[in-house]
Design a binder for this molecule. Structure first.
Ligand SMILES: Cc1cc2nc3c(=O)[nH]c(=O)nc-3n(C[C@H](O)[C@H](O)[C@H](O)COP(=O)(O)OP(=O)(O)OC[C@H]3O[C@@H](n4cnc5c(N)ncnc54)[C@H](O)[C@@H]3O)c2cc1C
Length: 452
């Protein structure tokens, strides 16, 4: 039993949870708007998912960006021009470390400190309970607002296969895949048609004895380069030209037909949805290795049975290693589900995927899946949060009216409208459309009276 710790009042300070890319952007922008900030980070350094020394980091030795450099960097802190279109994860970490050093963010971060509870006090303020890593003593501090930037790529979503207990091979989630040595000479079944599943299948093709790649549906496979440019930059251009969705879909169909052709020739199912109705799958090597017989496409897993795996089409394969690249689910253990109005599946109900509707002083940054890099979106979300909190303090009546107007807007005004229903698409946004909506909000949030 511990004594209830005394509550230390931090007055107008704001608590940020997490020092990954989103948390760093939040600290920087809140500081630039004049707020005192305490950031808590359970690991001992910055970088979040991109710091592969962190126990929970989901990346592996060969991870490179899937989104291209100019569409991933923060708008006020470019990556070096000499870096490639798709930098390596070690470059991403050094970039985030330099960002933190350049803006002097380190002094606001309490490393090795996990947030275990965030409780509304009732007057818009929050009690934040923390515990230092390895320690048992709890500390409670009271804050004017909380910005959650805890990431959503660290809590694995694991399939419940029939016959799982009988499986004699080894099974891991893609978050536990770190190095090609884990694949060498093995018979590997990679499950999942997302970017991680495709990338790991390609790594396995170069190391393993046999590789099966199991996907539930057919996807639009976009090569990493189109017309000599990174694919997301071509999409960005089409969006900026405001080409209608139907025309962009037609262009993707044409391009895929001219490059890959009919994917059924490789043994893959035809896509069961239109282009842009699922998170973009960007990979130039998957079809190459399928064409060389190094990756065997197979359908969904029906059941596990001893040393074999039964597939949805009745076929059986006998892997000694299954890698579930089946994605992640967001987790907010430090908040009660009511605070974020979570549904039974754990999906929070947030305005713009960022603002807790019932709690104007609670926001989430970085909870997005986009068709481009996340950092610019996390940056502009952070600016919006900072401006919002500034307005909340300085012009309460105007803030209350704006809040009522904003939170009455339906999700379809910012979320992607036509996407395949799956947890992968809970937070899917088109980056140009989302930024346009944020820009409108930022204009509304501009101060109309001089702040002291
Ligand atoms: C294989 C892979 C490839 C990817 N490729 C791309 C890409 O090409 N482009 C792109 O933009 N994104 C990509 N991503 C997404 C990636 O997650 C984001 O780029 C980015 O790292 C998200 O930053 P974040 O700060 O929101 O979350 P994270 O990086 O996960 O950081 C969250 C931080 O919060 C801390 N934290 C969590 N809970 C607590 C707590 N209770 N108390 C204290 N601290 C806490 C964690 O320790 C962590 O440091 C990829 C992800 C994966 C898995």
């Amino acid at each position: 039993m511990h004594d209830t710790p005394a509550i230390a009042d931090r007055h107008d300070a704001i608590c940020v949870i997490g020092a990954g890319a989103s948390g760093l952007a939040a600290i920087k922008n809140l500081r630039e708007h004049g707020f005192a900030v305490d950031c808590y980070e359970r690991e001992t350094s910055v970088g979040g998912a991109w710091n592969w020394r962190h126990d929970r980091s989901p990346i592996y030795a060969g991870t490179h960006l899937i989104s291209s450099r100019p569409l991933t960097e923060f708008p006020d802190f470019p990556m070096p021009d000499t870096w490639p279109d798709y930098p390596h994860h070690s470059q991403l970490l050094s970039y985030l470390e330099r960002y933190a050093a350049h803006f002097g963010l380190g002094e606001h971060i309490w490393f090795g400190t996990e947030v275990v509870a965030v409780t509304p006090v009732g007057d818009g303020r929050w009690d934040v309970t923390t515990r230092s890593s390895g320690g048992v003593a709890l500390r409670v501090q009271r804050y004017a607002a909380v910005v959650v930037a805890n990431g959503h790529n660290w809590s694995p979503k694991v399939p419940a296969y029939e016959g799982l207990a009988s499986f004699k091979g080894r099974m891991i989630h893609s978050s536990a895949y770190k190095d090609p040595a884990q694949l060498r000479g093995r018979k590997v079944l990679v499950v999942g048609g997302g970017n991680s599943g495709c990338d790991i299948a390609v790594e396995a093709a170069q190391q393993a004895a046999t590789v099966w790649h199991s996907t539930r549906r057919g996807y639009w496979q976009i090569p990493k380069y189109l017309f000599g440019r990174p694919a997301d930059q071509v999409n960005d251009l089409m969006l900026k030209w405001r080409l209608p969705l139907r025309m962009r879909q037609w262009l993707v169909r044409r391009t895929v037909r001219l490059t890959a052709g009919d994917v059924r020739r490789y043994g893959l199912p035809a896509p069961d949805h239109r282009p842009f109705e699922s998170h973009p799958l960007v990979n130039s090597q998957l079809l190459y290795y399928m064409g060389h017989g190094r990756i065997i496409p197979v359908p969904d897993v029906a059941a596990l049975d001893g040393s074999s795996v039964e597939l949805a089409d009745g076929r059986r394969v006998d892997p000694d290693l299954i890698i579930n690249a089946t994605g992640y689910l967001p987790k907010f253990d430090f908040l009660t589900p009511e605070v974020l109005e979570m549904d039974d599946d754990g999906r929070p109900n947030l305005h713009l995927h960022a603002f807790a509707r019932r709690h104007p002083t609670l926001s989430v940054v970085g909870l997005l899946q986009s068709d481009a890099g996340l950092f610019p979106l996390a940056h502009w979300q952070s600016v919006a949060v900072a401006r919002w909190l500034r307005l909340w303090q300085s012009e309460p009546a105007r803030a209350a009216a704006l809040w009522r107007k904003e939170t009455a807007r339906p999700p379809r005004s910012w979320a992607r409208r036509h996407v395949v229903p799956s947890t992968r698409h809970w937070f899917e946004v088109g980056h140009v459309e989302y930024l346009r909506v944020l820009e409108g909000l930022l204009t509304e949030l501009e101060p109309k009276v001089a702040t002291p």
